[in-house]
Write a protein that binds this ligand. Structure first.
Ligand code: SF4
Ligand code: SF4
Length: 271
């Protein structure tokens, strides 16, 4: 096992698998290109930060729990729409990136990657939990399974082959509309390689050589940084969390979102 932590992560350092051939945003190899890339990602972060701050202020200005959660939902939708636009724009940049897009293997029901630990923002975790509370089977899944894998070391989590509690028996994400950005940005061009990686995890035949598309993760990272900066600027706990652990905490303490919005430190940071 190498040093890389196996997780769906907003952190470049957490990138678990080998990138597919670098394209689009990632293909910035010259100094000027790299400067332009960094400037562009910086602008994305700033935009996400400004939009998030405005929505957080709106959330804190209401006295109804539902309205507060609706305002958080606005943040998620805005951040995800921004991400999807940027990713599409990345794919459109060149014939090479268009070709890469055509090779994407991700499909509904393909869920080997849903056994990875998921790194999410606090807002994302709250919104997954909110959606889960609309279905008794999902809240039961959190209560029944989350303690097994919550906050487990990401490498061990992968080797445990323990699925995300939001993964349905049909292999589909049951909170698809509200899934975290790190899940959306995790894209592979070889499902067989994903399967092989999961099935060999923790064995002497371990093979982590999965070709992922890197630039959606760069974009997601930039936006995630902006969201977290906005939380910090509003004096809210701003760390990322491990999704399963956060869901477990939320299931046991429904006051957690309100206390977080009131400025309390509620969640366990995910390093
Ligand atoms: S990343 Fe791999 S396991 Fe996940 S949906 Fe895509 S191809 Fe399937
Ligand atoms: S939230 Fe959904 S997409 Fe993300 S790991 Fe869980 S089941 Fe998979």
């Amino acid at each position: 096992m190498g040093q890389a932590k196996l997780r769906k992560s907003a952190k470049e350092s957490g990138r678990p698998w080998a990138p597919a051939m670098p394209v689009a945003v990632s293909s910035a190899t010259g100094t000027n290109e790299q400067v332009r890339l960094m400037e562009h990602l910086g602008k994305l972060s700033k935009l996400a930060e400004e939009n998030t701050r405005a929505a957080l202020q709106a959330a804190r200005g209401t006295n109804s729990e539902d309205n507060r959660l609706d305002a958080l939902h606005t943040i998620l939708q805005g951040a995800m729409a921004l991400m999807e636009r940027e990713v599409e724009s990345g794919y459109a940049q060149s014939p090479t990136s268009q070709n890469l897009k055509s090779q994407i293997a991700c499909r509904k029901g393909c869920a080997f990657c849903c056994h990875l630990a998921v790194e999410a923002s606090i807002i994302e975790a709250i919104l997954v939990w909110r959606r889960a509370t609309q279905r008794e089977d999902l809240t039961m899944a959190i209560r029944a399974h989350a303690h097994r894998s919550a906050n487990v070391d990401p490498d061990k989590r992968w080797a445990m082959r323990q699925p995300c509690p939001m993964l349905g028996a049909d292999g589909a994400c049951q909170v698809y509309e509200d899934r975290p950005g790190s899940c959306r940005a995790f894209v592979s061009v070889d499902a067989k390689a994903c399967e092989r990686s999961l099935m060999t995890a923790g064995t002497d035949k371990e093979d982590l050589n999965v070709p992922i598309v890197p630039f959606p993760r760069q974009i997601e990272t930039a936006i995630s940084i902006g969201v977290r900066r906005a939380c910090a600027a509003e004096n809210l706990q701003s760390c990322n969390v491990e999704l399963t652990a956060a869901l477990h905490l939320l299931a046991n303490d429904p006051t957690a979102p309100g206390r977080w919005l009131a400025g309390e430190t509620v969640f366990h940071p995910y390093p």
